[in-house]
Design a protein around this ligand. Structure first.
Ligand SMILES: Nc1nc2c(c(=O)[nH]1)N[C@H]1C(S)=C(S)[C@@H](COP(=O)(O)OP(=O)(O)OC[C@H]3O[C@@H](n4cnc5c(=O)[nH]c(N)nc54)[C@H](O)[C@@H]3O)O[C@H]1N2
Ligand SMILES: Nc1nc2c(c(=O)[nH]1)N[C@H]1C(S)=C(S)[C@@H](COP(=O)(O)OP(=O)(O)OC[C@H]3O[C@@H](n4cnc5c(=O)[nH]c(N)nc54)[C@H](O)[C@@H]3O)O[C@H]1N2
Ligand SMILES: [Mo]
Length: 760
């Protein structure tokens, strides 16, 4: 038996310090921070050459986020502080080589922090941890493929295997990954999207017939009102602040809806514009609505009440393009202001005041991210917002539309090319025509179901294309249990993370090339393609030398695995070698299977790439059941904690990329040197008898289940009473696996009922 490894980062011994924050976001501190993270990792020359290639027509796509690049004009430095951190993290000169892995027992490694683990550097060669062994050791690529092939060939039922995907994976690799899974006979393709924008996809598909947003970057310059809900762009999509600033210059107003006043929305100084850095910066948000956690459905119902009250009759758009308006209207009119105010935490007067601003606006864009998607009623909330925009036809015209802002840089592309546990009939039909793969009747497991199935012993092989499933998923201890029960876990990764420390009986780590690196698979220089948040597919080509000669591309690894599997008929009918000869051959197949990719190889080589079709945006065509955009009606809901309990959201600090921790500071929120903190209002601190930096234990409650987590510290913060905030991934231990969003099954990472007690 292997010694049990710690499933989370260790407790922190020292309390963080609180610093007064500056008046504006970005500016000089952002430049200093970029240099601080880039130079120690990459050195000066590599920093300048690598960073100069980010988001250029001839360079690589920033792995930081999915915000689009300008269609035409691109500056010398088309990246942001946090993009630079992600790039430096991948292009680091440090190495977690096989000597490192053979030196440490897993149980010892697991006592180190997530930040320490990641900062060991790039993984350089394939590794195996054998049954009962305490350490990883080197293995050859051929032996690793052979082992995976042998295990996949010997399963009795295809659903015993699970193929997870994180959202950095290119279109080419993602397409082959799903092809591999489906040729074995399973739709078990959970992905990070299940924990991220799944609720947006489900909601929008029902309402407007496409699971994506309906705006282009250019629309921002033509909008007269932009609403940013449940999103912290200053940290997570800094380049979006440039678009917001430019929109303001063209006359748009901006409303931010968030329990927190996030710094980036207050004042922004463009780090690449010397006049702005020295000047006073731009105030981004004209209005801030301090909604309480999960109060958005009610809030948007309130706005709708104002709009519907001010319109005499349904617009031409409603009559021509939508269905179910009368139902919706009745529902809105029948909702009491009292209920709206209680559920949203915002007064009727304030909602009416903001509602009138919305009512007057001619073209509205609404942007959102995780603050909306990770609650029980997320799908209902996003449909409520869609309804509001439909009232005045704010979809399918210039300067207006829905804008779910994606996270991982290719999470949207992965879905487009088939990473979906629940594929459409037409997708499976095309796979049959092109590859002869029989459509699989049942949907596969999403992330939550995968954990259940591994725990139940029904799935025993977990293969992961990137990501850090253990730390990203809810209910960390239960998820760890699931992974430990597997016969085989395989992680195709660039950097060490905690998932590697909780292998199955046998565990493999297969190191791959990252975005920044050159890829010579098949003997010539290859590039990959990605799709950003606004449906633009474009190429990405790395320029740096690979971190180790022993790395392989994600594409090459998938082909290596596929070729080592013995007994699947569908799989053997596919000429896998074709794909590693040249990636154009993969793109040709994608073009045959996925609509909208006509002339893929030619069009992706054009500067800036090409837009995928988006019928609601381009033609006001809504491919829903009724053929119209649908006002979908839900009962009003919001989470409420009982007396002496709090509703907790789990958010990102400024120094992390999801589960990758770059540092322990959250500059914009003024927290330095620690992550195990609970943001709490002054009132709640007084009421609960807590003092600043007090050590507390948090207990979450969901149905019958209670989970305790120790070693957190209270930090006084401007947050609505009754609400608290902690950082993920540390707080994922507290989110019960069964606490999920209706319809999308996304863990409710922003709605957790907790009690908090002082530690003695
Ligand atoms: N630097 C950096 N960039 C990133 C990432 C990263 O970790 N680091 N992650 C990437 C990924 S995968 C994603 S999905 C995105 C995430 O980008 P965000 O969604 O901006 O990330 P979160 O920190 O989860 O922030 C959620 C925001 O929603 C607010 N919020 C929470 N609950 C509610 C609510 O009920 N209502 C409202 N109105 N607001 C609420 C919080 O106060 C916070 O401002 O960023 C991407 N970009
Ligand atoms: N409580 C809570 N939990 C959350 C969230 C939350 O807000 N709160 N947010 C959720 C969201 S929005 C998301 S998207 C998920 C993120 O879930 P994941 O996508 O699974 O997690 P990441 O932290 O992005 O994955 C980081 C790892 O990816 C690997 N990696 C990096 N680049 C590459 C590459 O180019 N190729 C390959 N093969 N591997 C690479 C590295 O080894 C690194 O350690 O987490 C979710 N979990
Ligand atoms: Mo995400």
């Amino acid at each position: 038996m292997r010694t049990k490894a710690n499933e989370t980062s260790p407790l922190e011994k020292v309390a963080p310090t609180i610093k007064r924050t500056g008046k504006s976001a970005a500016g000089i501190p952002a430049i200093i921070s970029t240099a601080k993270h880039s130079i120690p990792n990459m050195g000066i020359i590599r920093s300048v050459t690598t960073l100069s290639k980010v988001n250029k027509f001839s360079g690589f796509d920033c792995p930081g986020c999915a915000w689009p690049d300008p269609d035409h004009k691109r500056s010398f430095a088309e990246f942001c502080e946090n993009g630079a951190k992600s790039i430096a993290d991948e292009a680091t000169k440090k190495r977690a080589d096989s000597k490192f892995w053979s030196k440490w027992k897993l149980s010892e490694l697991s006592k180190k922090s997530d930040q320490w683990l990641n900062s060991r550097g790039r993984i350089t060669s394939p590794l195996i941890i054998k049954e009962g062994s305490e350490r990883y050791e080197e293995i050859s690529w051929q032996d690793a493929y052979g082992l995976i092939g042998e295990r996949l060939s010997s399963i009795k039922e295809p659903n015993e295997a699970i193929f997870y995907t994180s959202g950095r994976t290119s279109n080419e690799a993602a397409f082959l990954w799903q092809l591999l899974a489906r040729s074995i006979g399973t739709n078990n393709l959970p992905d990070c999207s299940n924990m991220c924008h799944e609720s947006s996809g489900v909601a929008l598909t029902q309402s407007i017939g496409i699971g994506k947003g309906t705006v282009k970057l250019d629309d921002f310059e033509h909008a007269d009102l932009i609403i940013v809900v449940g999103q912290n762009p200053g940290t997570n999509h800094p380049r979006m602040l440039t678009a917001l600033r430019d929109a303001k210059k063209s006359g748009a107003s901006i409303i931010s809806i968030n329990p927190l006043i996030e710094k980036g929305m207050v004042n922004f100084k463009h780090p690449q514009n010397p006049f702005e850095i020295l000047g006073t910066g731009t105030n981004i948000a004209d209005e801030h609505v301090r909604v309480k956690i999960n109060g958005d459905q009610a809030l948007f119902r309130g706005f709708a009440k104002v709009l519907i009250g001010e319109r005499n009759q349904p617009s031409e758009f409603i009559q021509r393009y939508t269905s179910n308006f009368e139902d919706y209207k009745e529902n809105v009119e029948g909702t009491e202001w009292k209920d709206i105010a209680i559920s949203s935490g915002v007064s009727k007067e304030e909602i009416v005041r903001i509602g009138r601003i919305i009512s007057k606006a001619k073209s509205i864009i609404c942007c959102w991210a995780m603050g909306l998607t990770q609650h029980k009623n997320s799908v209902a909330t996003i449909q409520e917002i869609t309804n509001l925009l439909l009232i005045d036809g704010n979809i399918g015209r210039k300067g207006a539309g829905l804008c779910p802002v994606r996270g991982h840089s290719n999470v949207q592309g992965d879905r487009t090319v088939g990473i979906n546990h629940n594929p459409s009939e037409s997708f499976q039909k095309s796979l049959k025509e092109v590859f002869g793969i029989k459509p699989i009747e049942n949907s596969g497991y999403d992330s939550v179901e995968s954990v259940k199935m591994m725990n139940a012993g029904k799935s025993s092989i977990f293969l992961s294309m990137g990501g850090n499933f253990l730390s990203a998923m809810s209910d960390t201890h239960y998820t760890a249990n699931a992974l430990r029960k597997c016969d085989l876990t395989v992680h195709i990764s660039t950097k060490p993370n905690r998932s590697h420390l909780i292998p199955g009986k046998v565990g493999l780590i297969l190191p791959c090339l990252g975005r920044t690196e050159t890829d010579h698979t098949g003997g010539s220089e290859q590039f990959v393609t990605v799709e950003n948040s606004m449906g633009i597919v474009h190429k990405s080509v790395g320029g740096a030398n690979p971190a180790s000669p022993d790395l392989r591309s994600e594409v090459a690894i998938i082909v290596g695995i596929a070729k080592s599997i013995a007994n699947y008929e569908n799989l053997h009918d596919i000429n896998w070698d074709l794909f590693t000869e040249h990636y154009d051959n993969i793109r040709q197949k994608i073009e045959l299977v996925v609509p909208g990719f006509e002339g893929y190889n030619e069009r992706c080589r054009q500067d800036g790439g090409f837009y995928l079709p988006n019928p609601p945006r381009d033609y006001r065509i809504f491919e829903t059941e009724t053929g119209k955009a649908t006002f979908i009606v839900h009962n009003l809901e919001s989470i409420s904690a009982s007396e002496n309990e709090y509703v907790m959201m789990t958010i990102r600090s400024h120094d992390q990329y999801n589960t990758t921790i770059f540092g322990t500071n959250d500059r914009y929120r003024g927290i330095q040197g620690g992550r195990r903190i609970v943001l709490m209002s002054k009132n709640d601190m007084e009421k609960g008898g807590f003092f600043q930096m007090q050590l507390v234990t948090i207990t979450s409650k969901f149905k019958e289940k209670k989970i305790r987590s120790e070693g957190w510290r209270i930090v006084s913060y401007d947050i609505p009473d009754g609400n608290v905030a902690t950082y993920f991934p540390e707080s994922n231990v507290l989110i019960p696996l069964d606490s999920v969003a209706d319809y999308s099954n996304t863990p409710t990472s922003k709605s957790v009922c907790v009690s908090i007690e002082a530690e003695s």
